[in-house]
Design a protein around this ligand. Sequence first.
Ligand SMILES: [Zn+2]
Length: 295
Amino acid sequence: MKHRIGIDLGGTKTEVILTRANPLEVVDKVRVPTGQEKGYHFILGQIAGLVQDFWARLDDDPVVGIGIPGTINPKTGLVRNANTQCLIGQPFGQDLAEAIGLPVRVENDANCFALAEARFGAGKGYKNVMGIILGTGMGGGLINEGHLWVGAQGIAGEFGHSTINFEGPKCWCGNRGCLEVYISGTAAEANYQKRSGQFKKLAEIYPLTGEDPHAQATIQDYIHHFGLGMANLISCYDPDIVILGGGASNLPLLYTEGIEAVRHHIFNDELDTPIVQNQLGDSSGVFGAALLADS
Ligand SMILES: [Zn+2]
């Protein structure tokens, strides 16, 4: 294997990179609108075309991996739990492999994030890594002894849909009071809107905490639930490090008061687990996808 192709299929944008296999070095990349509104076959055709363009420049067959905002049912090969909804119920991996003409490994995007950060980012040197994305939704991925742990049913790391308040708001997944409903970036924005009557992005809410009581309360709620959720996860998995990604991971308070809130709830006398921001930024998903072939 001389080259890898990694694809990050997002709700709005799709990125494809061509890298040398070892050491991982980006040769070329392209970013296009996903075109979700144009449907499943458009998405398939567009990605296949971009991969074939890169492949045509190589003198051997690359390995191809793709991260998607959903999970694959290992029994059926069909996509489930995807917020790019036209993928749901489709044999996406099989269809994409046929369209490209090469085998393709498909994984959840948060798993790709965790893999890339563990190998090349904030988790380098750690054996057991928990990656958490706090963005539109909440996703997670687990790296065990340096390798991606997808679980028996392919849902390992789907922490976002564990209930922390069974009387809480209804989640799109059908449960109530899921962690995602409290600590995704979207959840914080919805909380602010409910309190103030105004919509603002989380990045705009955070700087207002000194002057706007609604912003102050929104961030306090967020920190409280972050502490609760992360303490549960760390108590279950006890990873060597927790790496945060997604828009909400940019809140500086997570790494001070947020960690204190985790310490308050954890089932231990002290909290030794580092909780840190990612190092690869938006590129982690596409790098992780490129690494899937030997994950
Ligand atoms: Zn849910």
